[in-house]
Design a protein around this ligand. Structure first.
Ligand SMILES: NC(=O)c1ccc[n+]([C@@H]2O[C@H](COP(=O)([O-])OP(=O)(O)OC[C@H]3O[C@@H](n4cnc5c(N)ncnc54)[C@H](OP(=O)(O)O)[C@@H]3O)[C@@H](O)[C@H]2O)c1
Length: 267
């Protein structure tokens, strides 16, 4: 039986493997995995029933697809024969900063490569995955990418030139969101709520507001206007955000994240 092989079995690979099994896209006996010197591969195999490979040769012996999911800085430590061993296979890399150009060079004998950017909500099968691949990627392989990562949330193929901007939006976006939640919790705590109540009220409000945004299909501006009475308390708070230039701050935040992605992509 052909297998989908996972090289690197940490948080992201586990999210993908669990997502594939839960969505019944692959069964555990259609997958194999291999980690580094730690325990993640053994844990993933024990949790799911996925085959634990002995080494890279064993991992790729029956593989049709390789999901490369170690940390970018661990790539240099991988078996130097990977290029040979992935000949004729589809290589899906989730390594941040690894462009399609670089992957095409590293896996010159693969039948196709794709650079995939899931985001951390993938761990709870939500969020969005962006991916990009050379034009030459076969339609069947493109469908495989959409099917695999569609098991984790939304998925969208993007132009390679836009991946750094997408990275600022969906890759870094959860980090920006959590920082906002944290700042909001701290401020209601400072102004009277207990830490427990601050967590409860802020988190439930943000989760509820996100559901409202999703389920009504209304724009954030429309929903903001609906909660803002002229000269009311929300209005007073929004004026402070305006005074401090929230929109300009976010533009700077996004530009900084894009600039850093460009730098990292050159390393
Ligand atoms: N976490 C996210 O939400 C997210 C989002 C987008 C993209 N990514 C990308 O996903 C990749 C993995 O991130 P992660 O958060 O899942 O990292 P992680 O939890 O630290 O997992 C890294 C994995 O790589 C394995 N590994 C280390 N050295 C190895 C080697 N020489 N050969 C084979 N496997 C090796 C580790 O195995 P041991 O346990 O045995 O050491 C571990 O299973 C990164 O490239 C990151 O850019 C992650």
């Amino acid at each position: 039986m052909v297998e989908t092989a996972f090289l690197g079995t940490g948080k992201m690979a586990s999210a993908i493997a669990h997502g594939l099994i839960a969505a019944r896209i692959l069964s555990p006996d259609e997958m194999a995995c291999l980690g580094g010197n730690g325990t993640s591969a053994r844990r993933l195999a024990a949790d799911t029933g996925i085959r634990l490979a002995k080494n890279v040769d064993d991992l790729l012996a029956r593989a049709d697809v390789l999901v490369l999911a170690c940390k970018p800085q661990q790539f240099a430590l991988l078996d130097p024969r990977l290029c040979e061993l992935t000949a004729g296979r589809l290589v899906l890399s989730v390594l941040a900063g690894f462009t399609t150009e670089r992957l095409s060079t590293l896996f010159g004998k693969a039948r196709g490569i794709a650079a995939i950017m899931p985001n951390t909500p993938a761990q709870v099968r939500a969020g969005i995955t962006a991916w990009t691949a050379p034009e030459s990627l076969a339609n069947d392989d493109a469908r495989t990418v959409e099917k695999y990562f569609g098991a984790l949330g939304k998925v969208r193929r993007m132009d390679a030139a836009l991946m750094n901007t997408v990275s600022a939006a969906s890759g870094s976006g959860p980090g920006f969101f959590f920082e906002i939640v944290h700042a909001f919790e701290r401020s209601v705590e400072k102004t009277g709520l207990s830490p427990d109540d601050a967590h409860l009220f802020v988190r439930e409000t943000f989760i509820g507001a996100a559901k409202l945004l999703e389920q009504t299909g209304l724009s954030p501006e429309a929903l903001r206007n609906a909660v803002t009475s002229p000269n009311g308390s929300t209005f007073a708070g929004l004026r402070v955000l305006e005074h401090h230039g929230l929109h300009n701050i976010f533009e700077e935040v996004v530009r900084a994240a894009i600039a850093r992605s460009v730098e990292l992509g050159k390393m």
